[in-house]
Design a protein. Structure first.
Length: 234
């Protein structure tokens, strides 16, 4: 029998331990190759363009995100993240993980707009940041999809509404302050120098031996407060 080119003679005629030592390198090489293949597969999967990343959120642990997850699955999302937090909470670990994984060309998919944004303004800010990174956005219920012309139009309408809300709030605030000033009201914390304290301060300070420190201690106010009173009265 010719064993040339198949197995060394030390394996055929030697001890069993010699055969095991000869077989180990081949098994080790196979494991290394398999590990490298898995790593390359994961890398190719992560770099696939246009992955659909689903995000679901429920407010409490008692609520079930199954409805949202089913809709995201039907929308062919490749991966999904779920947060259990109120919409008013800023810190959302799963959303942060999703945004960290998202790459240019991906699409962030939600079941409904309020699952992502706390308000119209916040939603516009988040979607705007995504688009700056080349990441698109899709809301299944409202039909907003920034990968389409109609979806981008809807997003611009939302952005305009958010900007209008900010301008309207600013205008109302300015008008309210102006109306308060016209009635002699000044915003801020009420002064500790009441009319009675002002009168007592003027009487005490009119004495030749009076000092700022002694008068402030007698009135129960700080020296800077008393100095501001004196500056206001000239």
């Amino acid at each position: 029998m010719d064993f040339a080119g198949t197995c060394p003679l030390s394996v055929v005629f030697g001890r069993p331990q010699d055969a095991l030592r000869h077989a180990r390198p081949a098994a080790s090489t196979t494991r290394v190759r398999n590990s490298r293949a898995r790593a390359e597969c994961r890398a190719r999967f992560r770099t696939l363009p246009g992955m659909r990343l689903g995000y679901a959120r429920v407010s409490t642990d008692l609520q079930d995100p199954a409805l949202q997850l089913d809709a995201l699955t039907a929308a062919r999302c490749d991966r999904m993240w779920t947060d259990r937090a109120s919409g008013a909470v800023v810190d959302r670990p799963q959303l942060a993980a999703l945004l960290d994984q998202a790459r240019r060309g991906d699409v962030l998919v939600v079941w409904r707009l309020d699952r992502l944004g706390r308000s119209v303004r916040h939603l516009v800010e988040v979607v705007g940041q995504l688009r700056e990174r080349g990441i698109e956005f899709c809301s299944l219920t409202e039909g907003m999809d920034t990968t389409t012309a109609n979806g981008r139009l809807v997003f611009h309408v939302f952005a305009s509404v958010a900007e209008f809300e900010v301008d309207l709030l600013r205008a109302r605030t300015v008008a309210g302050l102006a109306a308060a000033r016209s009635r002699g009201r000044v915003g801020g914390r009420p002064s500790v120098m009441t009319p009675e304290k002002r009168q007592v301060a003027d009487e005490l300070l009119s004495r030749p031996d009076a000092t700022i420190t002694a008068v402030a201690r007698a009135l129960g106010v700080s020296r800077p407060t008393l100095y501001r009173h004196l500056a206001a009265n000239g």
